[in-house]
Ligand binder design. Structure first.
Ligand code: ZN
Length: 245
């Protein structure tokens, strides 16, 4: 193909992948303190949805409207993962056919990344660490499972990642089942990516069960990631489904 066509094709691919992952090298946006509005559209007009969208994430999940049977069905297991570490970013990409089933459809798992502190609040509480399991269909429909961590027993998968990052490895053999709770009760609502371009239409599942990581693991993740949580966004009348309990 001609050079302009080739460049156009690359740009299109870049946009498609940016729909669920910030794969671009340099970020032109930054986190603030996790409370002050980030105002990302001032940095780049392409991020207009971040400031003007009405279905943004994260939210405080204590504003519960309805209780019901809200469980996720997913199969995660051991898989090789490609590690990417950068400012405010720690991501493990997988391509092993694992996924989450929602509405009778399979959403393939693409990557797991982390935030310190966690982004969604559960019952008004902000936890120190969250993992986001990002799933996307080939046509770009997104489902994210958020798993929250508090200080307690060490998490083996997290240690595998931290050891690999410390060793400078760019790939790792990871048992993803160790990063998700066995109890699959979740909060559910419709939201957005929590990073630019803040695309909406994301099916959010946040596990009700909080997992543990050791104090040392949480400190190491916080050290690597810094403040990497977006400020809470207004619900704007959206329905949050909470698990029965
Ligand atoms: Zn995330």
């Amino acid at each position: 193909m001609s050079l302009p066509a080739f460049i156009a094709a690359i740009l299109t691919l870049g946009c498609a992948s940016a729909a669920y992952a910030d794969t671009s090298g340099e970020r032109d946006w930054h986190y603030r303190d996790g409370e002050t509005a980030e105002n990302w559209s001032a940095v780049n007009p392409r991020y207009g949805l971040c400031d003007r969208g009405t279905m943004q994430s994260p939210v405080d999940l204590s504003a519960v409207a309805t209780r019901g049977t809200t469980r996720f069905a997913a199969a995660y297991g051991p898989a090789p993962a490609k590690l990417t570490v950068g400012p405010g970013k720690m991501k493990a990409e997988v391509d092993q056919g694992m996924g989450l089933i929602h509405g009778g459809r399979l959403f393939p798992l693409r990557q797991v990344h982390f935030h310190t502190p966690a982004e969604h609040k559960i019952h008004g509480k902000l936890y120190p660490l969250a993992a986001h399991f990002v799933h996307a269909t080939d046509d770009g429909e997104l489902t994210v499972l958020g798993v929250t961590f508090e200080a307690g027993a060490e998490n083996p998968a997290l240690q595998t990642i931290l050891d690999a990052v410390t060793a400078g490895a760019d790939s790792v053999e990871l048992d993803l089942a160790q990063l998700a709770p066995r109890d699959q009760a979740v909060y559910r609502y419709m939201g957005s990516l929590t990073t630019p371009p803040c695309s909406e239409g994301v099916n959010w599942f946040v596990a009700a069960t909080v997992l543990t990581a050791s104090k040392e693991q949480i400190a190491a993740m916080t050290d690597r990631l810094g403040t990497s949580n977006r400020s809470l966004q207004p619900l704007n009348g959206r329905l949050v489904l909470a698990p029965e309990n």
